[in-house]
Ligand binder design. Structure first.
Ligand code: GLY
Length: 395
């Protein structure tokens, strides 16, 4: 049965809200001050995934999935301010990505898009830097090599011949734009095919009938048949981890941007409505969508920032006559206003990041009610999208 798009339960919550240019520019000034502080405190290193007591620690570009967000923040800062210092710092980081892929430093996983799109693809799109292009293409090749034809998906983590690791995760919808881009750039359609098969397999298995998403989904190693959904970072296998739902909003609309495929638009709307129906009073989700006001659980501000970007991408492609279009634009404004007024780090002197109250992984207690670097990245992207609707996206 095709996935049903849930009705918006309280459309009045998404009435028109004007975010003035003045307010957005003021928010940008605040963000740039914090980026400057991060540059100073990082002294050439990369900020950690999550802060400790609202301070990021310096790390190398060798492990994890997050380095690209810092470089991406610098690209947004450069494009929005025109200040050369952001561009030269971002460009100076590109060789670390080249070294990383060439020497295979922490690249045996699927997060090539998160790592290489906001850093290297952005560098190439903005400056034409050839090393950045070559490096991003190597990352795309690495990502495509994780494609499992039995099942038709890109395996998230672990050895490709390990039957216990035979699964996809919904987050990967943000990695596959790297493949669409690589196909356009090289003319090699295999990248596009793998990305689109992966999108369709994810759509087949990761959405439940009510349009909430599984975080991860296992396949049978021998037959490739879909097996079962399970969470890694959510509250339970059957709940919707807030950030996973946001990946399930922004991911499909990025596939739509490349493929103009109605199924991607449909899944974008279904997951969006599921999320909008579960937003607390201030529009910023708790870390898992089963929680609401009064449950005493932490928020994940990054989920809001990711969602805003998806909504703003969506309204670019939706028909003016579509009644959801205004709701989505207004929802983005309500979420953004709430982030700017209640979640930015402006008043926290020592904070060297942008958005407070993110949650990395609540079950393991990692980065709970802290800043996280992807929240900061998507907040900058959201500001950019609002200040310049013509922004040429890095994805
Ligand atoms: N993609 C990993 C995360 O969202 O935490």
């Amino acid at each position: 049965m095709p996935l049903k798009i849930p009705e918006i339960q309280s459309p009045e919550r998404f009435s028109e809200l004007t975010l003035t240019r003045e307010m957005l520019e003021d928010a940008l000034r605040g963000a740039l001050m914090k980026i400057d502080l991060a540059i100073e405190t990082m002294d050439g290193a990369f900020p950690s995934a999550a802060s400790k007591n609202n301070v990021y620690q310096p790390t190398e570009n060798t492990g994890s999935w997050i380095a690209g967000f810092w470089t991406g923040i610098l690209w947004h800062a450069y494009e929005l301010s025109g200040e050369e210092k952001y561009k030269s710092l971002a460009l100076s980081q590109i060789p670390s990505y080249t070294k990383r892929i060439n020497e295979r430093l922490g690249v045996d996983h699927h997060d090539m898009g998160f790592l290489y799109t906001p850093s290297c693809v952005a560098a190439y799109k903005i400056t034409g830097d050839e090393e950045a292009r070559r490096t991003a293409l190597l990352a795309a090749e690495n990502l495509a090599a994780r494609y499992q034809s039995r099942g038709g998906f890109i395996q998230a983590w672990g050895a490709l011949d390990d039957p216990t690791k035979y699964r996809l995760i919904v987050d990967c919808l943000l990695n596959i734009p790297l493949l669409y881009w690589a196909a356009e750039e090289t003319g090699n359609n295999t990248y596009d095919k793998i990305a689109f098969i992966h999108f369709n397999t994810t759509a087949d298995v990761a959405w439940r009938a009510d349009a909430g998403t599984y975080h991860t989904y296992y396949f049978d190693y021998e037959s490739g048949k879909p097996d079962y959904g399970a969470t890694k970072q959510g509250a339970s296998d059957d709940s919707s981890w807030a950030r996973g739902q946001s990946w399930g909003i922004t991911g499909p609309i990025l596939t739509y941007a490349y493929k103009k495929c109605e199924r991607a638009m449909h899944y974008f709307k279904a997951s969006t409505n599921y999320m909008l129906n579960r937003l607390p009073l201030d529009y910023i989700p708790y870390w898992d969508l089963i929680f609401g006001d009064g449950d005493g659980e932490p928020r994940d501000s990054s989920s809001a920032a990711i969602t805003i970007c998806g909504l703003l991408e969506g309204v670019k492609h939706m028909e003016e006559s579509d009644p959801l279009r205004a709701i989505y634009y207004n929802a983005a404004c309500h979420m953004m206003s709430s982030l700017i007024l209640g979640y930015t780090s402006r008043t926290v002197r020592e904070a060297n990041g942008l958005l407070l109250h993110g949650t990395y992984t609540r079950p393991s207690g990692n980065g709970v009610d802290e800043m996280n670097i992807w929240g900061d990245y998507f907040y900058m992207e959201a500001l950019h999208r609002m200040l310049d609707p013509e922004w040429k996206m890095y994805w």
